[in-house]
Design a protein around this ligand. Sequence first.
Ligand code: NAP
Length: 370
Amino acid sequence: MAAAASYSSASWRVRPSLTPWRSPLQPHGRAQRMAICATRMEYRSQVAPSAMQSSSTLHRFEAVSHDQKTIPERLAVVTGGNRGIGLEVCRQLALQGATVILTARDEKKGKDAVESFCHESNLSNIIFHQLDILDDNSCTSLAQYIESRFGKLDILVNNAGVGGVAVDQDGLRALNIDPKVWLSGKAVNLIQSVIIQTYDEAVKCLNTNYYGLKGVTKVLLPLLKQSTSGARIVNTTSLRSELKRMPNEKLRNELRSVDIWDEARIEAMLNEFLVDLKNERLEEAGWPTMLPAYSMSKTVVNLYTRILAKRHPEMRINCVHPGFVNTEINWNTGIIPPEEGARGAVKAALLPQDGPTGCYFDQTEIGEAW
Ligand SMILES: NC(=O)c1ccc[n+]([C@@H]2O[C@H](COP(=O)([O-])OP(=O)(O)OC[C@H]3O[C@@H](n4cnc5c(N)ncnc54)[C@H](OP(=O)(O)O)[C@@H]3O)[C@@H](O)[C@H]2O)c1
């Protein structure tokens, strides 16, 4: 990496400059894209008895708001809630009594997921709202909906993510890589012919996994500050983020000290990473070579989590590695089911007020990533 320490002004930005962020309180003309499975009043009577029993102490409502709508004690937003780990986080949070806004970029997929929760699991405390974390208008629309309907948010689970590589799936399956080899990072040579880190995929990966996550968080922060049960932010990370996997020793040491980092410096580092990727200098410069963009995106998710936790000590803000979960992001090579993979995020979302903040969870336990 060329001069890792000089993170001065970058010549170009990763994230294309889109419409500026608007305050969630600012009116706008877009129609609300939402489907509510049941109104809050209906929810009181329709919620599954099993869910009610399993969460009797959590499942309380506050007083009726000024406009006669009941406000849930815990309101959660889950990004990328239509499948995989996110879908399961929605289910488990709903079973714990939270009202969950399941978001998905594809309206049909999101509505179908909510419908099946309604009909198959009898969970009616899950609401759909469209959200593409790469689309500023979509983020603002969600914030406006929450502001007008609930006036606050208690839990944000930043789950949406992409793998950031081009893959020959048949070729990968044919390699039949042992999960232990995969997890150790030693598969890097094996996978070279079937998993390609293209520049375009790298940009998409950083935009989604880091800039998209940061954008959603920024627009929902004013609502999280209004939380009545204590705001929780859960950022989904990966063991690829663990600093022991970062070959560049100088950078590794710098990444350990959260105090020297802010968003501008993170952006400069990511720009430098992309320049080195473009110039085919990743190995020479000491960047990760196993899923390079994905690893960098999750490394900065961890850093951003720590920065936010310092900035908002009144909230509990943590990052969670879900485990090696069998989902589409890893072409279904994972070894644990989404039900198990969701547990860490759910635990971090429901932490008590004196719980940890600014930490890395390896599934449900605090681990060491930096
Ligand atoms: N599975 C694992 O072993 C593993 C390990 C470590 C970390 N993780 C992390 O866990 C999270 C969930 O992944 P998963 O395993 O459940 O994979 P998945 O099944 O591929 O789910 C990814 C989800 O993210 C959504 N998404 C992608 N880009 C989006 C965007 N721009 N806006 C909104 N939603 C978007 C996808 O929506 P579409 O359906 O529209 O594509 C999908 O719902 C990711 O952050 C991933 O990095 C997973």
